[in-house]
Design a protein around this ligand. Structure first.
Ligand SMILES: [Zn+2]
Ligand SMILES: [Zn+2]
Ligand SMILES: [Zn+2]
Length: 297
């Protein structure tokens, strides 16, 4: 269900008039700790059966699990744990990163490499018996309903309770243990082949993967972003992903201070990526500390 009151300018920062009353407010753009759990393309790197220099590299930065991220928002009332995508490597990634909670799942799109681990969220539900909200586009929500029918129709008693929340504008995610701890998330949109992918902006941080281009309105919505995690598949063109050069162009255009390329193939060793200043290849396990935006008077 889409909220009929949603504004047509969804995806842009909230206008001052739309913000919640002061009495009701927590800092909704708190400091963030972002862990890039995976930075690899859909096959993962090493690619099965491949003996190339990247797939056989002993540089740990060349081992790329499927792309996803974990964001901890440090609100005054407590931490809010946001999981962005849960692909086939999610359980391994969660163990590796020592994840202790997931308060909400944010899904970019329904491709295999981004959603296959959805039901591996179960232990986080068993520990805290509050539904885990899933924020995504209406289309991806429909796809998830079909792909994980036994989860969303609640026909199997051992399944976790995940609630689909289709969004088309800014939303607030809350801690499941301390509901006063909240963080505001603004969806971003960009094409990925024939359909749109949802990216997410929180304060001065934005995450946008699996995009073949970044349209003008999304670039405008990225204004003021300082740390950007952006699709950067490989140097060579691809119909549904940005190349390194295309990603660097977007990064420069929106003025991000630091851009990290993700969803990377086995075409380039981490050590051999030649990128402009302010743009780097991300790698699995990279932790980004994002300060809260400076208060505006
Ligand atoms: Zn992907
Ligand atoms: Zn290879
Ligand atoms: Zn994709």
């Amino acid at each position: 269900m889409t909220d009929p009151d949603r504004r047509p300018d969804a995806g842009r920062p909230l206008a001052e008039a739309d913000r919640q009353p002061d009495a009701d407010r927590q800092p909704l753009a708190p400091a963030l700790t972002v862990t890039l759990l995976g930075t690899g393309t859909s096959t993962g790197v090493p690619v099965l059966g491949c003996g190339c220099a990247v797939c056989t590299s002993d540089d740990p930065r060349d081992a790329r699990l499927r792309t996803s991220a974990h964001v901890v928002a440090h609100a005054d009332a407590g931490d809010v744990h946001l999981q962005i995508d849960a692909g086939p490597d999610f359980r391994t990634q969660a163990l590796r990163a020592g994840l202790t909670a997931v308060d909400a799942l944010l899904v970019t799109h329904e491709h295999f490499d981004h959603v296959t681990g959805l039901d591996d969220l179960r232990p986080f539900f068993f520990r805290i018996k509050e539904p885990i909200p899933v924020y995504t586009s209406e289309r991806t929500a429909d796809a998830l309903r079909t792909m994980f029918r036994y989860v969303f129709e609640r026909t199997y008693p051992g399944a976790s309770v995940l609630d689909l929340h289709p969004v088309d504008g800014p939303f607030t995610a809350a801690s499941r243990t301390a509901p006063a701890a909240r963080v505001e998330v603004t969806p971003l949109r960009a094409p990925h082949g024939r359909f749109e992918v949802m990216g997410f902006r929180i304060g001065t941080f934005a995450y946008l993967t699996d995009v073949g281009a970044v349209p003008a309105e999304t670039r405008a919505a990225l204004a003021g972003v300082e740390t950007l995690v952006l699709d950067g598949l490989r140097p060579a063109p691809h119909p549904t992903h940005l190349t390194f050069a295309q990603a660097a162009e977007v990064a420069a255009d929106v003025g991000a201070r630091q851009t990290w390329l993700t969803h990377v193939t086995h075409d380039v060793r981490h050590a051999d990526a030649h990128l402009p200043d302010g743009v780097e290849l991300a790698y699995d396990g990279l932790v980004l500390e994002i300060p809260a935006p400076a208060p505006t008077a």
